[in-house]
Unconditional design. Sequence first.
Length: 269
Amino acid sequence: MKLQAKLFLAAALLLLYFPIFFLMFYSFNAAGNMNHFEGFTLKHYKAVFQNKRLIVIIMNTIAVALIAASISTLIGVFGALGIHYMRNKQLKIGLLTLNNILMVSSDVVIGSSFLILFTVVGHYTGLGLGFWSVLVSHIAFCVPIVVLMVLPKLYDMNQSVINAATDLGASTYQTLSRVIIPHIMPGAIAGFFMALTYSLDDFTVSFFVTGNGFSVLSVEIYSMARKGISMEINALSTLLFLIVMIIITIYYFLSTGRERRRRVKAGVL
């Protein structure tokens, strides 16, 4: 890589991450503001963990993210399989288009649409906005992410391997469980972690579909910020950033280890 390209990359990364590191730096400020740094302290993090309501919201956020990512991964994998092996090309293109709509649509449009839907459903069923509305909304915008992660693995798969399994007497279930699923598993894992990250990070859609008795972390941070700048927001945002970075790091090591084992196995064979 040329020196100019390295300098440009370094400048771009600095521009992107400087506000985050600036926020993280002042989360340890004993002065309790972002004007000047007086000394190192962990009292803002202590205040976060002593806030019982905030702890409940954090647990709600993690629960919604894990459940939404798991369900959307399951739906996305079978959805990608159905789209890939669909014989009707027009229907296939139509489903792919519908899948991509949630990826390119504005979050405000998606959030307001779900708000109208849940308001109508609640009028007839008595169900208000809360955990279930946030969960369904998160699953809805996470499924297309998983589908887009799994489809390239299916397109990359050698059809001869499936034909060989069929010729050797494997049933449809055996072919799916022992040939296709192991091949697309890296894409499914990537889709799971992407869905988990999107769910943890989402604000706009969650803002529309949360009720009075239920909230998620992004909406709570927004509510706290409207009351004024608090170092608790910095500490909370730092923790959220670190959680996402840990998730990405875990996925990186899992994918790298799997690829290394695959290469070693291929070398032995």
